[in-house]
Design a protein. Structure first.
Length: 163
């Protein structure tokens, strides 16, 4: 089963069509096989999740919290570079569909670090982290067709006070 998945979806199929991993993975990713890229993606994503979990343990120390949380967040987002290649990942992030979501997400990452490292306020750091999580969710929804529209309509319905 893994062989068929690897051959058809990840690395092309018998007709010579390319899978999504073979399209444009440059640099380091081009020297890795499709299986190695999947493992690297999973490992990077897992490392990001572990960093985000560990950041919750050190929440009382805003500097450690912000650094661990933001590093984990960036690892999780960057893990897809192993699937598509770094240049394709950047192009996708700054595509017209998700440029605002990307800008808001990156702005929230910077804001969270500023609140933790420069201002050193636990409350502002927490607010910035919540904004960062919301921005990441909104950014992630841009990859799912019609997801942002459905979430927007759902939020409007939930927040509508007029019945």
């Amino acid at each position: 089963m893994w062989g068929k998945l690897n051959q058809s979806m990840l690395g092309g199929n018998e007709e010579g069509e390319q899978g999504f991993l073979d399209e444009e993975s440059e640099g380091l990713c081009s020297s890795l096989s499709a299986t190695q890229r999947m493992y690297a993606f999973g490992g990077c994503l897992l490392a990001g999740m572990v960093c985000m979990f560990l950041s919750m343990i050190v929440f009382a120390k805003p500097i450690k919290f912000a650094i661990l949380f933001t590093f984990g967040n960036l690892l999780a987002v960057g893990s897809t570079a192993f699937l598509f290649g770094p240049a394709q990942q950047i192009r996708m992030m700054f595509d017209t569909v998700r440029i605002y979501a990307t800008a808001i997400y990156l702005g929230c990452v910077v804001l969270a670090l500023v609140c933790a490292l420069l201002i050193q306020s636990k409350v502002l750091t927490l607010i910035a982290m919540i904004c960062e999580i919301c921005a990441l969710i909104w950014y992630s929804l841009s990859y799912i067709p019609f997801a942002r529209r459905m979430v927007s309509e759902l939020m409007i319905r939930l927040c509508d006070t007029e019945l």
